[in-house]
Structures are given as C-alpha cells and as structure tokens.
Write a protein that binds this ligand. Structure first.
Ligand code: GLN
Length: 240
C-alpha cells in the first residue's frame, strides 16, 4: 500500500517547522508498512493527480505574494477538486490564509485566495504569538501561533475548534481554524502533528479512504506522542 503526500510550496512556506507535519504523516504510514511518497509542489509545478494528503505550511507575507499568484486559475481549481474528491489537506497559518477568499497583508495589495475555505483574513495591529490549546473533534490539540492575520469565518463554516488557550482565528470569537470536508486549516504551528497523533492519523486515514473508502488504520503505540502532548498542554495552560 502507498500514500502520496503533496507538499505545497515546501521551500517557500515552511516556517516554524511545519515540514514536521509532512514527516509525521509519512512516518506514521511507514510504521504501519505503508509506503510514503512525498512530492514537493512548488511555484510553476503542475498539481499531480494522485495526491492523497496535501500539506501547506506557513510563511511570511512576502512569500505569500508569489504563492498566491501561483495558486490562481487551474492549479487552485485542481486543488479544490482533489479535496472535493476526498483528498485530505492540512494548511497552517499563511497557507491557511491563502486557501480562503482573500488575505489583506499590512504593506501589500490584497492577495487573492482560492476559496477552499469560506473565510477572509486581514492583517491586524497586533501580532499573536504564543502557545495555543483548543478543544476539537480530535480532542484537545496543542500548538504555537505567530500571526498578525485576523481570520473571520463565513456563515456556517465549522471551526477546527474552540480556543482554550491563545488567540486563534482572530482573538475575538473564540474560534481557531476551519474545516471544509476533508480539509483542515488553522494557525497552529509546532509542528502541529507530532504532538497531536489523533489529527495526524485522521489526515492519513482520510486521504487513503479517497481510493479505498473501507480502509482503516491499525493503531500505533503513541506513548511518546501522548507524553509530548501532555507536556505541551501543561505548558500551554501555565504559560501563554
Ligand atoms: N504572514 C501571515 C501573518 O502574519 C502568516 C504568518 C505565518 O504563516 N506564521 O498572519
């Protein structure tokens, strides 16, 4: 069995170790005897057909300008079609922002998104930096945020979770992230997945179910991941 991972703009959108998300899903597949093939999809590259799980990391405003331009047109439409067909996707921060309708940075023209998520982001006056803890359908998730973007979800959009510690989408409405079918976006760097194995496995299993709807992942011994999660959760609860 094989899982094909599409790493969107890995060289340009990879701050705060977001590549760790790619490594985590690939390794959790390999531990189960599933071959994992990571395909980096850069600026100007076509979007391959056979991607099971997409990752899109964070990046500074200047990196987002070139990436936003590259995603417009056929490439963005193909990405939305792949997700609509069941491919899993995790987008973090700058990547998350560009999958909405628009991202309005401080010192640049508004950047067009592709509308995978029904949301809009505008740079705010304050930078949100610190540990984040949310309650979600995957249990409590822990991460780290560093963004000035304030994201507002469209009506009826399911947030990824409820902020327990930190600022989340906009520091006002108590939401963090967004869910659109098999796509999840959020502001949680870390990298997010090494310390949140339930979400990592959901992405892997969801992506593999695109080709085999009956597929179910075998369990792993997550002793270390669970311990790391507990330590990070405690740190988030005691220090902002
Ligand atoms: N440039 C965006 C912001 O500041 C995203 C930053 C990031 O990806 N950490 O909101």
């Amino acid at each position: 069995m094989r899982v094909t991972i599409g790493w969107l703009y890995g060289r340009k959108m990879n701050i705060y170790g977001d590549r760790g998300n790619v490594q985590t899903v690939a390794q959790r597949a390999r531990w189960r005897g599933i071959d994992a093939d990571v395909r980096e999809i850069g600026i100007g590259d076509p979007l391959p057909d056979e991607i099971d799980v997409f990752f899109f990391g964070g990046g500074q405003d200047q990196s987002q300008v070139a990436v936003a331009r590259d995603l417009q047109g056929e490439k963005g439409e193909r990405l939305k079609a792949a997700v609509a067909d069941g491919a899993a996707l995790l987008a973090i921060c700058g990547g998350y922002q560009l999958l909405g309708h628009e991202y309005r940075p401080h010192d640049a023209e508004p950047l067009p998104g592709i509308g995978l998520f029904d949301l809009v982001t505008e740079a705010g006056p304050e930078r949100f930096i610190g540990n984040v803890l949310i309650g979600s359908r995957w249990g409590e998730l822990v991460g780290f945020e560093n963004h000035s973007g304030l994201t507002h979800l469209g009506p009826g959009v399911e947030p990824m979770g409820k902020v327990l510690v930190g600022r989340g989408n906009n520091g006002q409405d108590g939401t963090e992230g967004a869910i659109a079918g098999t796509a999840v976006g959020c502001y949680m760097h870390g990298a997010l997945l090494p310390k949140n194995p339930t979400l990592a496995d959901w992405l892997l299993e969801t992506g593999l179910r695109r080709r085999d709807p009956s597929f179910t992942l075998s369990p792993l011994d997550d002793t270390f991941e669970t311990a790391a999660h507990a330590t990070a959760r405690e740190r988030a609860r005691t220090t902002r």
